[in-house]
Ligand binder design. Structure first.
Ligand code: M6R
Length: 603
């Protein structure tokens, strides 16, 4: 949902700003722009479309400057046009601002500013900010005081960076939207997310809500919402620059699918100890007071929650999964002994943050299960548990789903032991299988025939995915992945529900992917026959040992036989590949599906 960045150094900033914008493009790709200061006023270049359009416009433009800000946009207020592209400036062109978030009181501020003679050039909510700063500068304030005064007038969520032609610094602030400083050797940076400047530095400072940062080439200063100077810790990020690149792959999504053996190893590293789990954050007894678990999440993370819920139920832990947006709008009863787990890859999804806030207000204990250290969810919840999947850039979530589920298996074991006083049924076999999961994913990646299956079915009119229990969660996830990147119609159903309505949609042109986790195989095989009787082709996705399903299906994608609780993670890898290859065959922009962005920071 928009990415902002800045660089302050002693050499030209424009090239590194564009590079940072390329790294942030997963946050939005409707338009991109930069503003730099070159001693003779601000120079701005901005273009509708992807960062590549901006890059082309920059070539030979002579736009250079050692202090600069940049923006890549996911449109909220106003269509994706050159005029609405950031940075936005004041009437005099002395102040340029980039913004991620929403200024909720922009209409009223704009009306007042226009009444006082300001001329607006865009439809955006952002443009009020440079005009507010302009007024304060005209009243005699210095740049920092003017910036502070302007943000005092804003309501909503925002991460903002500002350039003023009279200052060799960048001014920035955050409230409700992420912003992190990068502390370099020869330059300092800021961005909505760490991958933006990972090539230049891995030393970071996460800002708190209300902080104002002033960055110069060799220093930075942070003051809190009350204007008092504060010290925020400098942390070392252990992601490497190549982790955030595409490497040898055509798309981030394919790279991230193939990274799953590694990301899963990172997820479970140090967390398995024979037939027990070790979560350093949560020693035995950490959840003794918990009576029930609510998962709140969106999209793929919601499906990971459903997967976890199906496992927790088998382990006698009362768990329920909620769409975060609904939970925030209509919070259910949340007794104090409820643990509310926000599952969120980015840790910045506004709906999930709102649900967690509603839960905290109701007195529940909150836990962020996230990939991003320093994210808002990690910082605002009572506790955090990291999935350690490494940076995920593709808009379609892949490796983070498998790491979320693997983390939930560990968390569930800890909670079940604390709540019930005993290990989960079958825990030793399950934890052994979890240790083997990276190898099993490797085996799927090495032998998958998903590309052939995708080639046969990409062009059909509808794509259905069915399963039971954890395989139902994966049916929903596989359908989301398929529709998100192919733009073809896809739906996931509980296998038993098919005959209660959706079966009416089944024709010879609607392949049904039947996902078997090793449980209830005979029932799933019956559902397969029901589909075939109506002429629908069936692709079974099942362990090698599932003879009944393999015999019933028209074609099969197999996965290694493992503990039934983990089979559906492997099936999901096959279906990620099916979605990827189908989208590729259809010529879709896989890493940047239309209308979407990686991190959804608006409700
Ligand atoms: O960062 P989060 O896990 O909170 O994001 C939630 C959803 O926006 C996300 O999973 C989305 O559904 C993915 N793009 C699906 O591939």
């Amino acid at each position: 949902m928009c990415g902002i960045t800045a660089r302050v150094g002693t050499e030209d900033a424009s090239e590194s700003l564009v590079c940072s914008l390329e790294n942030l493009e997963y946050r939005g790709y409707d338009s991109a722009g930069i503003a730099v200061k070159n001693g003779t006023g601000l120079k701005i270049q901005k273009r509708e479309g992807e960062v590549s359009e901006l890059k082309a416009a920059m070539a030979g433009s002579g736009i250079v400057g050692d202090v600069g800000i940049g923006h890549t946009r996911w449109s909220t207020h106003g269509p994706p046009t050159n005029e609405n592209a950031h940075p936005h400036v004041d009437c005099s062109g002395r102040v340029a601002v980039v913004h991620n978030g929403i200024v909720e009181n922009h209409a009223e501020l704009r009306r007042d500013l226009e009444a006082r003679g300001h001329t607006f050039r865009s439809d955006t909510d952002t443009e009020v900010v440079p005009h507010l700063v302009e007024e304060r500068l005209d009243a005699g304030d210095d740049s920092e005081t003017a910036f502070r005064a302007a943000i005092d007038e804003l309501e909503g969520s925002y991460a903002l960076a500002m350039l003023h032609e009279d200052a060799d610094t960048v001014f920035a602030t955050r409230t409700g939207s992420p912003l992190v400083l990068g502390i370099g050797e020869d330059a300092n940076y800021l961005a909505s997310d760490v991958p933006a400047f990972l090539e230049f530095t891995s030393r970071v400072v996460y800002l708190e809500d209300g902080d104002v940062a002033v960055l110069s080439a060799d220093d930075y200063r942070i003051t809190d919402a009350d204007g008092f100077e504060v010290s925020r810790p400098v942390e070392a990020v252990d992601w490497a620059a190549e982790d955030a690149g595409k490497g040898e792959y055509d798309h981030y999504m394919l790279k991230e699918i193939h990274e799953q053996p590694t990301s899963l190893r990172q997820t479970i590293q140090g967390r398995l100890d024979g037939d027990d789990v070790v979560l350093s954050e949560f020693p035995a007894g950490s959840f003794s007071e918990v009576s029930r678990v609510h998962f709140v999440a969106c999209g793929t993370s919601y499906h990971a929650g459903l997967y976890g819920e199906s496992l927790f139920a088998d382990w006698d832990v009362d768990a329920q999964t909620f769409l975060a947006s609904e939970y925030a709008a209509h919070p259910p009863a949340v007794p104090e002994d409820t643990l509310v787990v926000g599952i969120t890859q980015s840790g910045e999804t506004a709906d999930t943050l709102a649900a967690l806030e509603a839960a905290a207000d109701a007195g529940a204990r909150t836990l962020a299960l996230t990939n991003v250290v320093g994210s808002t969810a990690a910082r605002e919840c009572d506790d955090a548990l990291f999935i350690r999947a490494g940076p995920e850039i593709g808009v379609a979530a892949t490796k983070t789903f498998s790491s979320q589920v693997a983390t939930l298996v560990c968390l569930g074991e800890r909670i079940a032991r604390d709540v019930t006083g005993s290990p989960t049924p079958d825990h030793a076999a399950r934890l052994d299988a979890l240790a083997d999961l990276p190898e099993h994913v490797e085996a799927v990646l090495e032998s998958s025939t998903a590309a052939d299956v995708a080639a046969r079915h990409a062009h059909e009119s509808g794509h259905f995915f069915i399963g039971r229990g954890s395989a139902y969660a994966v049916a929903l996830e596989a359908a989301l992945k398929f529709k998100e990147i192919t733009y073809e119609h896809a739906e996931g159903f509980a296998a038993g529900e098919l005959k209660h309505g959706p079966l009416a949609l089944v024709t010879a042109d609607t392949p049904v992917f039947a996902i078997c986790n090793g449980n209830n195989e005979a029932k799933l095989a019956s559902n397969v026959r029901e589909v075939q009787t109506r002429g629908g082709p069936v692709v079974g996705v099942c362990p090698r040992t599932s003879d009944a399903l393999a015999d019933a299906a028209d074609e099969v994608l197999t996965v290694p036989a493992t503990h039934p609780d983990l089979v559906a993670i492997l099936a999901n890898v096959q279906l990620q590949l099916v979605a990827y290859h189908a989208a590729n065959d259809l010529g879709r922009p896989i890493d940047k599906p239309r209308n979407l962005a990686k991190s959804v920071t608006v409700e």
